[in-house]
Design a protein around this ligand. Structure first.
Ligand code: GDP
Length: 305
């Protein structure tokens, strides 16, 4: 939690401390409530959730009567948690189900998103977490368009102890993904992680390609997770990207990266609401250990400080 706090310090200052300071004012006039609203919008909480929260805070602060810092903190904690929590299942499915013949099948996870959001890094970090948990992992370098992506993934693989399956540069991503799963099955691996390409400028191209990767992989068996990687620093832009991806493939979870570099931690709320998909993992830095499961309580505690 200490680490989460330090990594989220920018959001903590802007959101948690900002709101507490405002609510602690002696007179909560209209201007103050507007500032509360601005604070939430600036943190990318999103318009509808912001309005809901401001309404609830107004009512509850009035009912509360006192303005003691401890009471305000508790109230804010509860209300932020209400926004961040969802009924959506946050479990990351990494146990493969037996195939039609009853043979063990590795869990297959596809990692999708726009280039630069942190897909390859996330795939590497996730491999590390899984390997540390005693799982054998095969990596599929299906981002065959970005020249360095396969090298980057392979470096991660060597670092964490996972074999990387790659194809020729510019080769067919679906065939690399297919081969990676085949390799995973042959090796009796527990998990296959597939890094994909994300050139968003040609939506039909992306649609064809990602759809094809998934269909081809499914010849081996079901895809357990399609994780969409979103860069938290891109704010509402990330939401636009997310909608495009959600049209192309069924997203089962969001990975929100670069939360360490932004004051816009409220994007967690907006993303879950907007897509109806849970944030499952968060990226808190460039290092190998900087991937954490998303836990609403810990997240809100870190925000409030
Ligand atoms: P890709 O094109 O989506 O595969 O993106 P990369 O994995 O190559 O990442 C792009 C850049 O973002 C790299 O410099 C990463 O080190 C950096 N990055 C990825 N995740 C995080 C994160 O959680 N925090 C920070 N600060 N940087 C990150």
């Amino acid at each position: 939690l200490v680490r989460l706090r330090s990594r989220l310090s920018r959001s903590q200052n802007a959101l948690g401390k900002g709101l507490l300071t405002l609510l602690s004012r002696e007179h909560l006039d209209e201007d103050t409530w507007e500032e509360v609203e601005d604070t939430l919008l600036t943190a990318d909480v999103g318009v509808a959730p912001t309005q809901e929260l401001v309404e609830r805070l107004r009512t509850r602060v009035k009912v509360l009567g006192t303005r003691s810092p401890a009471d305000l903190r508790q109230l804010l904690r509860e209300e932020l948690l209400t926004l961040v929590r969802t009924d959506l299942d946050r479990t990351l499915h990494t146990d493969g189900l037996p195939n039609a013949d009853g043979a063990d099948q590795p869990a297959v996870l596809m990692v999708v998103g726009v280039n630069g959001t942190g897909k390859t890094t996330t795939t590497g970090k996730l491999a590390r977490v899984l390997v540390a948990d005693g799982r054998s992992v095969v990596l599929g370098a299906a981002d065959t368009f970005r020249a360095a992506a396969a090298d980057q993934l392979q470096t991660w693989g060597e670092r964490v102890g996972a074999r990387t399956v790659r194809g020729p540069e510019g080769g067919d991503p679906a065939s690399v993904a297919f081969d990676a799963v085949k390799e995973g099955i042959a090796e009796g691996a527990d998990v296959v992680l597939i890094d994909t390409a994300g050139r968003l400028h040609t939506k039909t191209g992306l649609m064809d390609e990602l759809g094809k990767v998934k269909r081809v992989v499914e010849k081996h068996g079901p895809v357990d997770e399609v994780l969409l990687v979103l860069d938290a620093t891109t704010g509402q832009n990330g939401l636009v990207q997310a909608r495009v991806f959600a049209e192309v493939v069924d997203i089962t979870g969001i990975v929100l990266t670069k939360l360490d570099g932004t004051a816009k931690g409220g994007i967690v709320v907006a993303v879950q609401r907007e897509l109806g998909v849970p944030v499952k993992l968060i990226g808190l830095g460039e290092g190998a250990d900087d991937l954490a499961p998303f836990e609403p309580e810990a997240f809100v505690d870190a925000l409030i400080g």
